[in-house]
Ligand binder design. Structure first.
Ligand SMILES: [Zn+2]
Ligand SMILES: [Zn+2]
Length: 754
């Protein structure tokens, strides 16, 4: 009788697909196979990783392989097939890559890993206090890669020949640094231009340091030094946009802001984004100039060895990593060095020129940044991460689509631009490029298109763009010699949500946004759509408000307040209520005569009207300042029962709510506005869902970056048994637009055989 406990000798061939190259997968397989007493081999090829294992434990090996992949890997599929056992095989080997195996997957930059941190602070280690240590589990990737294949000569490490010690680690399959392309040590790797103690001393002395990082330079100063923060703000001409902070660990962040389990997970994850955290009521005050008027702080933890060394230096250079478990005092402003709204500074010489007059000292190093990537920004909404800006650490991770489609390029619109490239069933959204309002950002846009197409080795068959004829991305699309497909702005917002949730059936969409060009030539932005792949119907929209003065109204919420008063038939109150903000009498006349006052159904402008009526940021200094300040005031949203009407044309009219805000306390009004708006939107959408026999609504558009509104909608729909799909992989704002454009274009190519 066979022994039931012992599995028979077996051989299996295993195909692993996903992000499995350049992430230490082969050494991991090697170590795992040996741990299970298996023989065989592993190699990289054009489809991912291929391996064969033989022994008595192949089943357990496969279970472990899927359950505990290396930190930066993402396994999409493991396919195992039985093979005849081979006699005479006595070890497990890593074979050379096969079939001209070009690694077409570049991973994103990753925060320094725990093993490397342990070496960094171990006085006996040869990489003790070395600012550029890394391994296959961490370090720079996307930002140092010039071209494929991902191999050291094709990266910014090309000019750093490995020393014998590093070469041995690089060649040893059992080593954590086996084939780690950026591997380096003090003997052979990049060097910092200034000792860490001098950098810290400058920060402590109140100076502003231009510090070269992973995806670009930061401007760094002591966040508790109000004078330094003010000076940085004045020099950077960054009127009021919040500055990001860096603290050593979650324990230090908890002293400033509220951190739930999801926030802690985001803060410490390998992507290491800036995380928006609600300020503590009783936290020791930080200078107002860090995030004027906002109820939250943007906080990130260190992600390069150099960042960690600054905190280590401040802690008195303790040995080991135990100190990292305790709160650390330093709190640093770490803001992108992007003077004048232009792209991030990445070059050493460029830093000396563009940061002159802003930074007191420049600290650089001799490892080039090949592709710039800002810090990513995220926040927790309804208990899960919601990206606000995708860049360093996130790009170029793919978003998986429901199915394979034709390769397309999508170029976004105008604000917060990103581009998107599809390949098979994957969509690659570029890093945040910025607003296409200056030549430097346009140059970065063109560079990003070329680089992303090159590293993905994609030749698109069509280009998707916004229909707006005057934006630069539209003109770019018209000029690159590919068939072009115009995708309406809010259709694209909803499509982006459907794409990442892999929904291919028809669905309703609520697009709550700033402004975008509508199909009828109007200015849309508060839309109820029925989306069916490449087609959509506009089922309804918010009751339009006039934009007195046109585009300028977007930066002057008091003008939208005037518009609301006029719509309420209370135009005569405009001069008295709003006269302190500008030419209110002139605006009132403009509204009366309907001159230079185009209508918009924008939800963003509705927010502005509420802000203007409540006196919250009547004149905004940057996009979305007013609604962010309004959201900051909310503790418990409340619903005004008669706050809205739904008219015969299916329009949602919130004028009763706006009327109720006049003369109200700002915090009270903010709570009433958010609660009522969410309730009204749910009440408006439900009949349309039943009429179209649908049970799913996709939520998209910039207003959905507002956590109070998003959570109100998600909970409100859930209470009615409706699934509300929320953007989790691409930003709800225009940073995710290109994903939706690409999805619509791919569906149009398939379904209309274009
Ligand atoms: Zn590492
Ligand atoms: Zn070395």
């Amino acid at each position: 009788m066979p022994d039931a406990a012992a599995a028979p000798l077996a051989r299996r061939r295993v195909r692993v697909r996903g992000l499995v190259q350049g992430v230490g997968f082969r050494p991991y397989v090697y170590a795992l196979a040996r741990a299970h007493g298996l023989t065989g081999w592993v190699l990289n090829d054009g489809d991912g990783v291929l391996l064969e294992v033989q022994g008595f434990e192949t089943g357990r090996f496969l279970t472990d392989l899927e359950r505990r992949p290396p930190p930066l890997a993402r396994i999409d599929a493991v396919e195992a097939t039985g093979m005849p056992a081979q006699a005479g095989e006595c070890n497990f080997t890593i074979r050379e890559s096969e079939g001209g195996a070009v690694s077409t997957a570049i991973s994103a930059d990753a925060a320094v890993c725990p093993d490397c941190l342990a070496e960094l602070f171990d006085p006996a280690d040869r990489r003790y206090r070395y600012p550029f240590l890394n391994c296959t589990h961490c370090g720079p990737r996307y930002t140092i890669t010039r071209r494929l294949p991902y191999d050291r000569p094709q990266t910014a490490m090309a000019g750093f020949p490995l020393c014998p010690d590093c070469a041995r680690e690089y060649a040893d399959p059992a080593d954590r640094r086996f084939h780690a392309q950026p591997v380096a040590c003090p003997a052979c790797g990049p060097r910092l231009s200034l000792p860490v103690e001098d950098i810290l001393a400058a920060i402590r002395a109140g100076r502003i340091v231009g510090l070269k990082g992973l995806g670009g330079f930061h401007l760094v100063c002591d966040a508790r030094n109000a004078e330094a923060v003010e000076r940085l703000r004045a020099r950077k001409h960054r009127d009021a946009k919040p500055f990001a902070l860096m603290v050593a660990n979650p324990e230090s962040a908890a002293a400033l802001a509220e951190i739930g389990p999801e926030e802690a997970r985001l803060l410490t994850g390998v992507e290491r984004p800036v995380v928006l955290l609600r300020r503590h009521e009783g936290a020791p005050p930080l200078p107002e100039a860090i995030a004027p008027g906002l109820g939250w702080l943007g906080v990130m933890l260190p992600y390069t060895p150099l960042h960690y060394l600054l905190f280590h230096e401040a802690a008195g250079r303790p040995a080991g990593t135990a100190w990292l478990g305790a709160p650390q005092d330093p709190c640093l402003v770490m803001t992108s060095a992007n003077p004048g709204g232009e792209p991030l500074v990445i070059g050493n010489e460029e830093a000396r020129q563009r940061l002159a007059g802003i930074a007191d000292i420049i600290v650089d190093h001799d490892r080039d940044i090949v592709i710039r990537a800002d810090d990513s920004v995220t926040r927790v909404i309804a208990g899960a991460p919601a990206p606000l800006r995708r860049a360093r650490g996130t790009v170029p991770k793919a978003i998986r689509l429901a199915r394979t489609g034709p390769p397309v390029l999508a170029v976004g619109d105008y604000l917060k631009t990103t581009i998107c490239v599809t390949r098979g069933d994957e969509a690659f959204l570029s890093q945040h490029i910025g607003d296409l309002d200056n030549a430097a950002t346009i140059g970065f846009f063109e560079e990003t298109v070329a680089h992303l197409l090159h590293v993905l080795q994609v030749e698109p068959i069509a280009v998707a763009h916004d229909p707006h004829p005057d934006v630069w991305s539209t003109r770019f699309a018209a000029g690159i010699g590919l068939p072009s497909i115009a995708v309406q702005h809010h259709h694209a917002h909803i499509a982006a949500v459907l794409a990442e949730h892999r929904v291919t059936r028809p669905a309703l969409g609520l697009a709550l946004d700033g402004v975008g060009l509508g199909r009828d030539g109007g200015i849309w932005g508060g839309e109820l759509l029925r989306v069916d792949g490449p087609d959509f119907d506009r089922l309804g929209h918010l009751r339009p408000l006039a934009l007195p003065g046109g585009d300028i109204a977007a930066r002057q919420p008091w003008r939208m307040a005037a518009s609301a008063l006029h719509a309420l038939g209370r135009g005569d109150e405009i001069p008295a209520r709003l006269g302190s903000h500008g030419d209110a009498a002139g605006i009132a006349r403009m509204l009366d005569r309907g001159i230079n006052a185009p209508l918009t159904s924008s939800c963003g402008r509705l927010f502005d009207a509420a802000c203007g009526l409540l006196g919250v940021v009547p004149q905004a200094r940057y996009e979305a300042e007013a609604p962010m300040a309004l959201e900051s005031l909310v503790r418990t949203p409340r619903v005004l029962a008669d706050g809205w009407r739904i008219d015969e044309d299916g329009r949602l009219d919130l004028l009763p709510l706006l009327a109720a805000l006049i003369g109200r306390d700002p915090a009270d009004g903010a709570e009433l506005f958010h609660g009522t708006l969410a309730a009204a939107l749910v009440a408006w959408t439900l009949p349309a869902l039943s009429a179209h026999d649908l049970d799913t609504v996709a939520l998209g558009g910039g207003c959905l970056c507002n956590a109070v509104l998003a959570e109100g909608l998600i909970a409100g729909f859930a209470a009615q048994g409706v699934t509300a799909l929320y953007p989790r992989q691409a930003p709800a704002n225009d940073g995710g637009l290109a994903l939706g454009q690409a999805w619509v274009a791919a569906r149009a190519l398939e379904e209309h055989s274009l």
